[in-house]
Design a protein. Structure first.
Ligand SMILES: Nc1nc2c(ncn2[C@@H]2O[C@H](COP(=O)(O)OP(=O)(O)OP(=O)(O)O)[C@@H](O)[C@H]2O)c(=O)[nH]1
Ligand SMILES: [Mg+2]
Length: 444
């Protein structure tokens, strides 16, 4: 996400920091570079112009130039402005608890509406709601099947009526939800290649009938300014309460995320970060700005860890680490937990300070696969007591996992030093009192 833009900002700030003292001239130069970077990331030109003017004015007008750390001050300024154009504080969606909530999803063909429908159903179910998905796309025969398959996989009910019209389906779904005690209806609508009268008419009719609490405009982030222009047109016609930018896991340059609010007046509410139903994140402007500027996103990382990591298991693990009983089997379990959280590269990119360096590090999941293979080729006793792994055992494990004896040696050595480090960390944490977030984190 935002990789290119991130790299560009990194270079601009490095240049600035190398200057020792900032002058009006090199601030102007940096602002010009920022402007170019944003334009290349496909941010709307009017937004860029405004952004640059504000940064320039604040950088020159305030105490930035005279401060002890002008470079850092400048970074902070850009960070704050980025946060502000994306909407400042995130809006928490609060669903009603005393009646059925309705959310309508709309957008162009293939933007990710149906996927987002399932993602939101899962998201709100995690918060204790009981979602029902309504299949209102009658134009593509496979659309209903797609939603039904997703529903079945997640155990979420889908309202289907292959003979009715979209408006009727939406209405009947809300009634069914009331009857069956579901608390949220997610309406999946049909996509079109372009915004057309028929589509708008149908959508307006659906909205007038079911009176949704939220209308989310779903846009493919990869399409950049096109997505923003369609969003603006859409908003004029129907109005929406939030945008969902999908496919942010691809190489979307960021333009859409940075422009939608300014152009339409409505903020991004969620981002899609994967094809699977758990690939959805709430959009936090502040965290996103940190990510763009390569400052990492530790809060999202902790949140994701909390969602995936089993609390009881991690407490047991903490005890084991403290007693120095951490085994290769535990290590394997941890690796699998991390894999559940996402790709290693993606996770590391969220760690402050690491973002920019990752490119050359070539961190990929093959390393994890290799380690997993090696541990899986060990007997249980070897995993519990790695000291017994002698030369001949090493040969056997290497042959079994398609690796070399050197690989096994490396793994064992890394495991040893990791154990030492972990013990040290729990000691420090113990003194300070481990925070709940830390306890939930895997130990590396
Ligand atoms: N990588 C990635 N792929 C996504 C994401 N969201 C959706 N997709 C993929 O995009 C394609 C289209 O998604 P759908 O949910 O079917 O899109 P839609 O808007 O319902 O499409 P129509 O009903 O045809 O208008 C599918 O292949 C999805 O798997 C995302 O956040 N990341
Ligand atoms: Mg669809």
């Amino acid at each position: 996400m935002f990789e290119e833009l991130s790299t560009r900002f990194d270079a601009i700030f490095k240049k600035l920091r190398g200057r020792g003292k900032l002058t009006e001239e090199n601030v102007s130069e940096a602002v010009r570079d920022v402007k170019r970077a944003l334009l290349e990331a496909d941010v709307n030109y009017k937004v860029v112009k405004k952004f640059a003017a504000v940064v320039q004015e604040k950088a020159l007008g305030s105490r930035v130039l005279d401060s002890i750390t002008p470079g850092q001050q400048f970074v902070k300024l850009v960070h704050d402005e980025l946060t502000s154009i994306m909407g400042g504080a995130a809006r928490q969606i609060k669903l009603h608890t005393n009646r059925v909530n309705v959310i309508v999803l709309a957008g162009l063909q293939g933007s990710g509406k149906t996927t987002a429908c399932a993602k939101l159903a899962l998201y709100f179910r995690k918060q204790g709601h009981k979602p029902l998905m309504a299949a209102c796309d009658m134009y593509r025969p496979a659309a209903i099947d797609q939603l039904e398959t997703l529903g079945k996989a997640l155990g979420i009910p889908v309202y289907v009526d292959r003979a009715a019209r979209p408006v009727g389906i939406a209405k009947a779904a809300v009634e069914a939800a009331k009857r069956d005690g579901q608390s949220l209806v997610l309406v999946d609508t049909a996509g079109r290649l372009h915004i057309d009268k028929e589509m708008m008419g149908e959508l307006k009719e659906i909205c007038a009938t079911v009176k949704p609490d939220e209308i989310f405009f779903v846009a493919d982030a990869m399409t950049g300014q096109d997505a923003v222009n369609v969003a603006a047109e859409f908003h004029r016609e129907v109005g929406f309460t939030g945008a969902i930018l999908t496919k942010m896991d691809g190489d979307a340059r960021g333009g859409a995320a940075l422009s939608i609010l300014d152009v339409t007046g409505v903020a991004v509410q969620f981002v899609g970060v994967g094809e699977k139903p758990d690939g959805l994140e709430m959009f936090h402007p502040e965290r996103m700005a940190s990510r763009v500027l390569g400052m990492g996103d530790i809060v999202s990382l902790v949140e994701r860890a909390q969602e995936t990591v089993d609390f009881e298991k991690s407490q047991k693990l903490e005890k084991k680490i403290r007693r120095n009983q951490f085994t290769l089997q535990d290590f394997l379990d941890q690796l699998r937990q991390i894999k559940k959280m996402g790709s290693l590269g993606e996770l590391l990119a969220m760690i402050p300070g690491l973002g920019g360096q990752l490119k050359d590090a070539n961190i990929d999941n093959t390393m994890m696969v290799k380690i997993e293979a090696m541990i899986c080729s060990m007997t249980m006793r070897e995993r519990e007591k790695p000291v017994i792994i002698d030369g001949s055992r090493k040969k056997r494990i290497a042959a079994g996992s398609g690796t070399t004896v050197q690989d096994i040696n490396k793994l064992l050595k890394q495991f040893d030093s990791m154990k030492v480090m972990m013990k040290r960390m729990t000691k420090i944490a113990g003194k300070r009192g481990t925070s709940a977030a830390m306890r939930n984190m895997p130990p590396f």
